[in-house]
Design a protein around this ligand. Sequence first.
Ligand code: BES
Ligand code: ZN
Ligand code: ZN
Length: 492
Amino acid sequence: MKFNSSTTLAQRATSELLVLPFWKQKEKAVAASPIDKLKEALKLPLASGDFTGKAGETLLLYSSSTKEKRLLLLGLGEQDEASVEEFRRAYFQVTRATQKYKVKKIAVLLPKDGGLSLEDISEGVVEGLLLGNYDFSEHKGKEHKKAVLIDSVQLVGANKKQLDVAKEHGKIAESVYYVRDLVNSNADLVTPQHLASEAKKMARKFPKVKATVFDKKRLEKEKMGLLLAVGRGSSVDPVLITLEYKGAPKSKEHTIVVGKGVTYDTGGLNIKGTGHMESMKCDMGGAGAALGTMLAVASLGLKVNLTVVIPSTENSVSGHSYKPGDVYTGYAGKTVEIGNTDAEGRLILADALAYAAKKLKPTRMIDFATLTGSIVIALGEEASGLFSNSDALADGLAGAGSHCFERVWRMPMYDEYRKLLDSDFADIKNVGGREGGSITAAWFLKEFVNDVPWAHIDIAGTAYTSKSRDYVPKNATGVGVRLMLSYLKTLG
Ligand code: BES
Ligand code: ZN
Ligand code: ZN
């Protein structure tokens, strides 16, 4: 995506479509930024009263008196109700228009204020334009018409800071697309080895990023018995991927993001039924969020220390599969009775979290995982579940979530839930029954993080959705990247 700016309307360069913003004031549209010489061209359409400036309302005009063939009037709603999220939703309507009219090169006159900072205006406009500017048609036939995507945006009336913010969010959006592509792609392609090669590719591209991949042999040496157990039934080997980025070498601050990388979840011997397995290529959505976060952080060159840890495996069925009722020992030395082989995510995360806590000196750990159907029952597709042993970390993530609108909702972790994981044979069981299923899953993880400030984000309902939401397309959403970038920004 190319961004440039021009100071005024008079100085703008030619494009295919010019977007003009309007507030709604008592059923009437008023320009949200001076429109100078265009007043004449807009006189009739505005006088008609057909366009009122309601949030997300658009009116396309053809003009022979302007540089651009098309003018798009865009409603932003009432000025005193303006928010970054309202802007995202409104500007997504521009993206819909560009797809309809097959326009790639646009100029956007920035609204002047509305109680938002100039940076927030730029963020809302750019995210609204870009996040829905995505198409996954890899497997569609030749006769399918691919979506025409915007490839250049001119911000009219932007100052230097606003242009910088636009470029920053442009890079973040590219990282979100990257995650969506990984999650939408065939599980036959996106194997643990594929994720490992993506990590190595990133390390080659960014000198500050270092990749390490533990193969099966190394996992055996490290005694990562839970990740190995889950991987046993598959014809592809499990891996543990680590990506390290030191953007603030003098600082002791070190954030670790752990992502569940189950590249396909059949359920194992406790096999899933029809209707529950078809979307399970999404079960590496946490790994996607982790890789996408690293991609955004490295391409922006942020001054933070970030490590990404991804345990990755398929959960498959074969004569080698791990067995319900058996007991396995993980990296932490704790024994785990398998109550259900479909509760595999927490097993591989347990090895990854225990390893990260012991070896990588984190100041905080945040894991992303499509972990439980239970969180989908609780929160649907509108928010991710947040579980944490630290109020400061939980509050920080919740604040970041409401800013970027990847919302997280904190769930309780009362001690009483822990009992549900008691086992007759081992230190802990991997399932605690249907009731409070997302909480017992979080409790299982908590047993492996020691006293490191930790948050677990269950994205089972938000990583892969059944319907689109404005600028967030359905299927793979790329959730997690924007949340982490918003959060890392608050660390200063
Ligand atoms: N990958 C699933 C969770 C999931 C469900 C992700 C729906 C995305 C959408 C996870 O491994 C799983 O199967 N969890 C089980 C746990 C149960 C056996 C305790 C579940 O939630 O049903
Ligand atoms: Zn499962
Ligand atoms: Zn799973």
